[in-house]
Design a binder for this molecule. Sequence first.
Ligand SMILES: *Cc1c(COP(=O)(O)O)cnc(C)c1O
Length: 393
Amino acid sequence: MNIFELEEKYIAPTYGRQPLTFVEGDGMKLEDSEGNEYLDFVAGIAVCSLGHCHPAISRALTEQAKKLVHVSNLYHIPTQAEFGEKLAEVTPESIQKFFFCNSGAEAVESALKLAVEHTGREKIVALEESFHGRTSASVGITWKKAYREPFKALISDAFEFIPKGDLVKAEEKIDEKTAAVIAEPVQGEGGVKVLPEDFLPGLRELCDENDVLLILDEIQAGLCRTGKWFACDHWGVEPDILTMAKALGNGFPIGSMGARSEVMDTFSPGDHASTFGGSPLACAVGKAVIETMQSENMPAHVERVGRYFKNKLQDLAERYKMVQEVRGLGLMLAMELDDEEDAKDVHARVQGDGFLINRTAGEVLRFVPPLIVQENHVDQLIEELDQVLDEVE
Ligand SMILES: *Cc1c(COP(=O)(O)O)cnc(C)c1O
């Protein structure tokens, strides 16, 4: 059987896949099974921030794999403590203690559990157009009906949504029963939407006034993606709880929930756990990821190339009326087209010519390349988009 037949027979049909099979990667490049090369502006959905097979990460992975892979949290794990210390160097000052897990959704779950236990309250307020994951709690605070509705039976009635940018509505919903408000400073799956200017500081204030915890979900926007270590740094807003995952292991599955020490210390042994979380292997990789981002001065690089990229996209927006809007921060950028059919068409043509981009929220083209991307890579993609937009329009 070929791979398509094997998949059809043995793999859950949960994904609509592009007709591509990659076999090798190096930095910005991916090679498919037919030997074609692609320039990657997807990075495994904002995951491979240091590019494919970064030597420092491959080294950390293979060296630790030869020493010790897993022992469980029944025992002390030196690399876990060291990874925590390293993360505290880059997270907002408020975030000083960490719980380790294996995915974004698990980080969100642990954040919700911590918030409810710490406050003794029962309500969670989330934003419209949010995305927080696919487990029953994280999908319950995810806005898109198609993701949430089929699983209504499993979803808590503790969850409520408020519109973005509306502090009056927020004030109405946030009360003495609210444990936490959860928000993505830049909404990724919702279509790369940066929260309106004064909204996040306003939410912070409302949370403080009501003794409510502010959870920021930076699973996609965190770790240099937006040109700062965390997207909330753009507003100078510090969360009480912070969730991280995607870029944390550069492709090795690592999730983390960080919190203020006094909030995290609500947890006592037995309250929460993950068998695989914080393994010697995962933590060696995670620590190498942060160290590499630090030594490559990633925030400044992303700020520079991101600005260059966004300007070029804006030039295209001025020349093609099909382009409705260009938005985003750093290297989390999007171009919204006039409709879904055009977006599909542009996506397919660009991909056919050897450039990987992603389409989200229907008509939005999303660009989340490895953060190591250089201006010359951007130029190549822009030239390609220019040609394709001209053909399609
Ligand atoms: C991807 C994502 C998640 C879910 O992460 P998984 O690892 O797929 O569980 C949660 N929140 C945000 C903001 C994300 O982008």
